[in-house]
Design a protein around this ligand. Structure first.
Ligand code: PLP
Ligand code: ZN
Length: 414
């Protein structure tokens, strides 16, 4: 419903007409990711946040008036978005903050926040009569594209590192995607996907490079604001790989602020694994995105491994413009965070998602989060995505003979 006013390069500021460019700024190349911008003054007059709050569309399309779609365009049927938002008082106590909530995006149809971007890109493909969509992914973006593509009969072609967790690869195959298990890193798979897609004429969903991914992910911020009654928290903490989610959150809050629906934009805190931390490095050293060089990256949290984050411009801007911060956590802390977070909130998160909780603890220690803050932890992916790591994070379970005597003996011993 919202017609795009312009596509604006995040690096050089050049403005393009909505259909003039498909991916990144032709002048800046791949680093020049685009912002999708609207006529906020017109939207301010025609839209009313309280009207949206009465919508019974319990999915991300409740915000379609703020999304780049024509009025009558169809959207894929899977129920993406409007994920649960839980008050988590025991987590607040544990962190030592005033209040804390969990936004559980692991509850999306394919189990991660990536469904928001894939639904947006698939809706766009449907609008344009496109039949084949491709993506490179560490796993979740691919599962999201495969699942949402399957819901409307799109052909999907996926480039994933061969080392992606089994459950994620199984998901792709179950949904019927064509799966290329690239025997190299995600960064290599990303470049290959881009090249082959351009040669074959496929529409490419690659994170960051496709500006509509941000427009899908921003709906998580809209929901946080609305689920808080438009009284935004002080801080939102999220784990970061390519930087597209944190950039999307920033865009979502930016839109709402422009519309006058929220009073301020929360501080955004990005969490990276210390063995895959190019954005932390750039932020601490005051580097521009264009100065960042590819680095070797690995972590048990596969979803946040990116040696050259593709949405680095938006990711750095999100933290700098909101007076937020970037923090690192170790892989040991990430693993330990899986059961800690689950026991405090009831939310079972995959390693990359649990990393946000570990990062919140770190940010409290370093003073980036203060005791008076109200904090949202965005849980980006479901724990069942990576059962192997979940098993490594816990012990227990007692083998016992099937009789009362034996059971009582075991219970008394505990
Ligand atoms: C993709 C992903 C992230 C990181 O998102 P970026 O946009 O790459 O920064 C974090 N957690 C999970 C579960 C993800 O799938
Ligand atoms: Zn540019």
């Amino acid at each position: 419903m919202a017609s795009i006013l312009e596509l604006k390069c995040t690096v050089c500021g050049r403005s393009y007409a909505p259909d003039a460019v498909e991916y990144t700024c032709p002048v800046c190349g791949e680093v020049g990711t685009l912002d999708v911008l609207y006529d906020y003054d017109a939207l301010k007059k025609s839209l009313d946040r309280d009207e949206i709050s009465t919508s019974r569309a319990m999915w991300m399309w409740r915000y379609r008036a703020l999304m780049p779609l024509l009025p009558d365009s169809a959207v894929p049927p899977l129920r993406v978005g409007w994920t649960p938002f839980y008050d988590a008082p025991r987590m607040a106590d544990m962190l030592g903050v005033k209040r804390a909530w969990v936004k559980d995006d692991g509850a999306n149809p394919t189990g991660s926040l990536k469904d928001r971007a894939s639904a947006m890109v698939v809706a766009r493909a449907m609008e344009q009569g496109i039949k084949t969509v491709s993506t490179a992914s560490t796993g979740n973006a691919a599962a999201a594209l495969a699942g949402i593509g399957a819901s409307v009969g799109l052909d999907t072609i996926i480039f994933v590192p061969a080392t992606a967790p089994e459950a994620k690869i199984a998901q792709l195959l179950v949904y019927g995607a064509k799966v290329l298990l690239i025997e190299d890193t995600y960064d290599v798979a990303f470049d290959l996907c881009m090249q082959v897609s351009q040669q074959e004429g496929w529409y490419c969903r690659n994170t960051g490079v496709n500006p509509f991914t941000t427009e899908g992910k921003k709906t998580a911020a809209y929901e946080i604001a609305e689920q808080r009654g438009w009284d935004v928290p002080d801080v939102v903490v999220v784990s970061v790989g390519d930087g597209s989610i944190i950039g999307g959150l920033h865009k979502g809050f930016y839109d709402l602020h422009k519309l006058g629906w929220i009073q301020r934009i929360p501080r955004l805190i990005g969490v990276q694994s210390e063995t895959s931390a190019p954005l932390v490095d750039a932020w601490e050293n005051g580097l521009d995105a264009a100065q960042m060089q590819p680095m070797e990256a690995h972590s048990i949290a596969d979803s946040i491994v990116a040696g050259l984050p593709r949405d680095r411009v938006k990711a750095l801007r999100a933290v700098r413009d909101t007076q937020g911060a970037y923090v690192t956590v170790s892989d040991e802390q990430i693993l330990a965070a899986i059961p800690q977070f689950a026991r405090l909130t009831g939310v079972f998160a995959e390693p990359a998602a649990a990393a946000a909780f570990a990062g919140a603890r770190r940010a409290v220690e370093t003073g980036f989060i203060e005791p008076s803050d109200a904090v949202v932890i965005l849980s980006t992916g479901n724990g069942l995505k990576d059962v192997k790591r979940a098993q490594q994070s816990v012990s227990g379970g007692v083998r016992v003979q099937p009789n009362l005597e034996a059971i009582k003996r075991v219970l008394r011993a505990e």
